[in-house]
Design a protein around this ligand. Structure first.
Ligand SMILES: [Zn+2]
Length: 461
């Protein structure tokens, strides 16, 4: 049975006047934790491979148990930083290679700038049962005691935890996990607990698979030809207004800075970001309402890679919000008990879903897919979604260890397709003059498009 780990956030830890000493101990612990964690993060990003179980090698006032917790935390931060950095670098190299192929002066790739290693800004303690224990309280005024080991050996502090009615409701019938997070904010300390929930599986291995492509023109495009949400239209206009506002704000900031003002206005627009997330959630929910009994296939796309893609579409700003999309899609499947799998993203937008021919030229423009080998034509996102769907059960492709291996596999498949009866019957029907044929019925090409220009005019028939 699948289980879901749900976070219960925003549990305030209120330490009143009687607990000033405990608060000071907690703060001192957090200072030492953060300083050590930062050192390990930097080391794991630059000198040493991230290893959650590495032996401690740095000096610290923290106990050995706390040091182990810190190393786990730091290894996690460094691992995701390394993964993201390497993916972005690979995307940059790909972009560069494409540019050299094309020799298009219009399309120049900005030089690679090496990433800075992460700086821990917030004070966050990721604790487990070795250092922090949650004990149910016998006292009726509290729900739990939090027993925290401190810098003083064998002198843990006990902090009362009082839940809100909402938290109690969520926790009814479940026991919190032993791992928890303590966060220090200007407003005080906050606790996050997690609980495991068992879910009834909504899909089996035999359930139908729907492929989903994540994008800007449409948030989600399915292999069944459906589309959900878009960054164009209203959202794009709000983004435009936001950009102008940010420019004005930036000028104001520069001006204030000159005058020596330290509290400068923020450049981020929280309301717009929230609005975009709501639109994304809406699209994802609609998608799941239409695909209750399906397994989901999408692509393993990194946000930084998406940012790269988006730059080409001159929509750099959208990309920051795009990150929410695949996350929300995966979470949506998990909480509904539906299987979701992220497959290889490589060439999914350039591969012909009919004959497997791979070429950049198959994308004469952003929204159209037109196979240069077999003439297959479809909305580009839908073609990609069909490829994701096909890759769900594709063991050979899952076994590929590199982009090059994926390319070789697809090339071999295209050659095989050329010798297949499908190919021969198609070429018998095809007109000698090459053109893009429309696959009617399933494509949906031409619907939902205000701005799309046709480079290949439809043939008169
Ligand atoms: Zn083709």
């Amino acid at each position: 049975m699948p289980t879901l780990t749900r976070a219960i956030t925003h549990i305030p830890i209120r330490l009143d006047a009687a607990n000033v000493g405990k608060l000071a101990q907690l703060d001192a612990l957090a200072e030492a934790y953060k300083a050590l964690c930062q050192q390990y993060v930097t080391a794991f990003c630059t000198d040493v491979e991230p290893d959650k179980y590495a032996d401690a090698w740095l000096d610290s006032a923290l106990s050995a148990r706390w040091q182990r917790v810190v190393i786990q935390h730091a290894a996690g931060v460094a691992q995701s930083w390394r993964t993201n950095r390497n993916r972005a670098h690979q995307a940059y190299l790909d972009e560069l290679a494409e540019q050299q192929e094309q020799t298009d002066p219009q399309h120049s790739v900005p030089p690679w700038r090496e990433w800075q290693t992460p700086t821990l800004k917030q004070t966050v303690i990721q604790a487990n049962a070795n250092v922090v224990i949650l004990e149910p309280s016998e006292d009726s005024t509290f729900d739990y005691w939090l027993r925290v080991s401190t810098l003083d050996k064998r002198q843990p502090i006990r902090i009362p935890v009082r839940l809100a009615a909402y938290h109690r409701r969520v926790l009814t019938g479940c026991t919190p996990n032993t791992s928890m997070t303590l966060t220090r904010k200007p407003s005080g300390w906050w606790l996050t607990l997690t609980v495991n929930e068992s879910l009834a599986a909504a899909t089996t291995v035999e359930s139908p698979v729907v492929g989903v492509d994540v994008g800007i023109t449409n948030f989600l495009t399915t292999s069944t030809g459906k589309r959900y949400g878009t960054f164009h239209g209203k959202l794009a206009r709000r983004h435009q207004q936001d950009r102008e506002k940010r420019r004005r704000k930036a000028r104001l900031r520069a001006c204030l800075k000159k005058k020596g003002v330290t509290r400068l206005p923020s450049l981020t627009n929280q309301r717009l970001a929230r609005h975009v997330r709501q639109e994304i959630n809406l699209a994802v929910n609609q998608f799941y309402a239409d695909h209750l009994d399906h397994q989901i296939a999408y692509e393993d796309l990194d946000v930084r890679t998406m940012r790269f893609k988006a730059r080409r579409a001159n929509a750099y700003l959208y990309a920051s919000n795009l990150a929410h999309l695949p996350r929300q899609l995966a979470w949506g499947a998990k909480k509904r008990g539906q299987t979701i799998h992220a497959g290889w993203a490589a060439y999914s937008s350039q591969e012909c879903s009919r004959c497997h021919f791979v070429s950049r030229a198959n994308r004469p423009e952003q929204q159209t897919f037109c196979c240069q080998a077999c003439g297959f034509q479809l909305n580009a996102d839908e073609n990609a979604a069909i490829n994701h769907q096909a890759r769900f059960h594709d063991r050979d492709m899952r076994a590929c260890r590199s982009k090059e291996a994926v390319k070789a596999l697809l090339d071999a498949r295209h050659v095989a397709w050329l010798q297949s009866p499908d190919s021969r019957s198609l070429s018998a029907r095809r007109e000698p003059a090459f053109g893009c044929e429309s696959i009617s019925g399933q494509s949906g090409v031409g619907h939902h498009s205000g701005s799309r220009r046709r480079k290949h005019p439809p043939r008169a028939s």
